[in-house]
Ligand binder design. Sequence first.
Ligand code: NYM
Ligand code: MG
Length: 217
Amino acid sequence: LGTPQSVRGALIAVEGLDRAGKSTQCARLVENLQKQGRNVLHLRFPDRSTPIGKMIDSYLKGESQLDDHAIHLLFSANRWEVASNIKSAIAAGTDVVIDRYYYSGVVYSSAKEIPNLTVEWASWPEVGLPRCDICLFLSISAKEAGQRGGYGSEKYELREMQDRVGKLFRELVDNSQEDLVVIDAGKKVEEVERIILEKVGESLKRISGGTTLREVT
Ligand code: NYM
Ligand code: MG
């Protein structure tokens, strides 16, 4: 009685090619939301700290080999192991900002062009995960991303692979009714930061209007 109705937090994902500026923008977004007095949980996938995450880390560094389907399922399992934490944080009114989420999961694995590892196959293990309210896709060409100090030495950090990943990301953007927002990541850092905050603000408004947290279908 008389107490303000509690509003759930927002689930915000930031996606894009390697070197698109995701980490920088996630950090800034978290800071900006906190400045507005919001509670924020900052996550990233892969989360390399868990036992599954350690297997992923070792695979990405080329220290171990895994079947392409097996590593795909590990990436997904790495999300499932924190799914309930995400849900309870959101329910408690905390915003969750995630550096890569199921979009990366689907796109990177299917970009490997392994027979039967299709987008459809790759999407199944993600069904049921908390779906983001907004996904900010930091759009940059593989060429431009590669010029940003060059790629590292991890698996997938190759120009050809990044080109295919970029193409698949764009297909996903075109074909989905998801709340995917394309952001030109070639702009200045501050400009990208401003646009992101504006888009997230719109999403927060929709949430305080009562939209519920959905699941990936
Ligand atoms: N990656 C990331 C996947 O292949 N599947 C996934 O589900 C996720 C979350 O891991 N090249 C790939 C994309 C990156 C690599 O991510 C490591 P990061 O953000 O560079 O640590
Ligand atoms: Mg990387």
